[in-house]
Ligand binder design. Sequence first.
Ligand code: ADP
Ligand code: ZN
Ligand code: ZN
Length: 762
Amino acid sequence: MPFASVVLDIPTRALTEPYDYRVPDRLAGQVDVGATVLVTFSGRSAVGYVVAMDEEPPAGVDPAKVRDVEEVLAAPAFDGVAARLALWMAHEYAAPPASCLRLLLPPGQTVKVVRDDGSGPWRLVNEQVKAADDRWVRLGEGADGYEPRRNAVRQRELLAALAEGPQRLAELKAVVPGAQGAVTALAKKGVVVVEGRRTQGPATTLSSARAAHPERLSDGQVQALDAVDAAVADGSGGVVLVDGVTGSGKTEVYLSAIERVLGQGRGAVVLVPEISLTAQTVGRFRSRFGDTVSILHSRLSTGERREQWERIRSGEARVVVGARSALFAPMADLGLVVVDEEHEHSYKQDQAPRYHARDVAAELARLRGGALVLGSATPSMEAVSRCARGSWRGAAWTSVTMEERPGGATLPAVQVVDMRSQFAANNNSPFSAPLRKALVENFEAGHKSVLLLNRRGFATFLMCRDCGCVPTCPHCSTALTYHERTHELACHSCGRTWPQAAFPNPSTHCPACGSRYLAAYGVGTQRVEDELRMMLPDAPVVRMDADTTRGKGAHQALLEEFDAADGAVLIGTQMIAKGLDFPEVTLVGVINADTTLKLPDFRASERTYDLLEQVAGRAGRGEDPGRVLVQTYWPTHPAVTCVAGHDRAAFRAFELADREEAAYPPFRRLGNVVVSGVNGALVERVVAQIAAALRSQAEGEQGWQVVGPAECVKGKVADRLRRHVLVKAPVDGDLGGFLARACSAVDSRGVSVAIDVDAYDL
Ligand code: ADP
Ligand code: ZN
Ligand code: ZN
């Protein structure tokens, strides 16, 4: 009689081991790994997921005491390898196992369990799943010679995707907001045709519209493909980092590598940041792989995602392109995982389970006997250092560099403007003289400009307008954060605080040069817009920030406005740095490179460098060469000088040396435990107990260090006090297990405890 190992989905029992249940004769054959079952636990019914099966009763347990599985609520949805991945995540990220297993369930199978009347059994609620929209769109007779109106950005985006071949309407709608309206308009003109899947004919018709392969792969591409081939053949989760500048042909490497993997009868999963999942990307994958591609986008309806899930599970779809959650698609015989833009912070999930998709992808590739490809123009320090070591967690890590663009397009010239001299020259505006001049010239030439306002870290630190100095912690290389409420300067790395008086009155005097012009630093998009309108009264100005993009489709509408107007200037925050592709943009101005540099975050330099590199890449994508002006109070900082010199290697060397000296990732692992609650005294008590438990565990252990407790950067959110403790661990240390052990030893009723392993936002 078989036995099932079941992970219970009970909210109050967060961190538990699986429990064993017997499969009664009446359920024989129905209970298997991946099934959702109803069992009895502590005298109550509970929902659980089967993670393993065994013919023998569990060791050390009286078989007579093992209870029966009561009911099968849902048929098996995942295999044993997927279950192992989820349980690995649960341990690795100190997350409830059930929360990881839920990621593997079919979309629409909600595990929310309800008790009918407080006494009856728990039961599984299946979300109503609407039938998926099965229509396809292709170019019609009227497409020949049809030229969309200038400002019809959506139409152009659609036509670009359709030029690659027929597309699913649901996918177009997911990646291009407002696509439905554009499709309707184009269908009326006969430019496109909408039809049901069945009238399309067999899948081969779709894939017959395959995009041409490049005539010849570049040397870098050949080298990268060879490395991927070797890793796939080896089948032990080897990782290849494709470290190539934007436009060097990384996507082409992914496409070719996937093609080879498909040829071996194996499948592939491609992760892209949600923001890069554009119609063009979708079109590129679909044109190469036809109907075997499944696109998973968060904007697809539950029914549409369910349909994709079934297509993957049945083996009809062999390539999955999507955001983080694509890792959990039921893909059999997975040979290759690709993580594009692997440095993107959005790969780190900010809610439990707080996993990093890149690292889960590595484990998935290893468990499936496949390989992992990472791609980026600005690889994370983690990826760079693992490649330097040659291995990580038992898998081989190699990198291939691609510095050239196949078409021979050049990178834009970058000029650094020292804002200290501007201030000395009595220029108090957000625009330096060189940027003013460049903006005027560019407008007069009828070209477009983009202005980036770096808003993260706005006004949270003090900066001297004379010398650029920011008070930093004497014990860490971290900028002190100014807390307005308490008039204190705080270090979020070591937790020390200083009363305002410890520095020569920080609101008026600079500790370095004595200048009176020490002030909370920051300037808003509105101010930039106002000054720009005064400077260039005739220029069309489009402002894109959290305020102007609030409404649905507002983002797209602003981009259309920008695209339509000659000589327009787009002012925006970080949201404009990526994906923006307007050939007419020949000038990019960065108003303030410094704000992210001085954030109390050890990744501040890396983030700034990535942002500057990305935004610089927006200039000169067309025929006219681009130029970039970076305004900064810190012109000698490597994040600035390395972007200006297009010197990627120099930046990495600087950054790695800095991290090693300060004992930060990638040389250590970093864990963050955040305790929050409305009862301030209780929060302080629990966080102190957790810190003490962590310290006693770390005692005598090489390379473990506990920092804090301290106030979080956001010390109070919605009346909840927030305190945290940091743990630094050796690179190979079991950080998840370490944090889980200490936290479960402390009674934390009345507060919430969030464990973040490999934390990004502290
Ligand atoms: P990345 O992903 O690194 O930004 P892409 O793969 O998108 O680069 O390539 C950039 C452009 O160069 C695309 O238009 C692509 O079609 C083209 N391209 C890529 N590889 C080659 C090649 N070997 N020969 C010619 N053109 C290529
Ligand atoms: Zn100063
Ligand atoms: Zn400090």
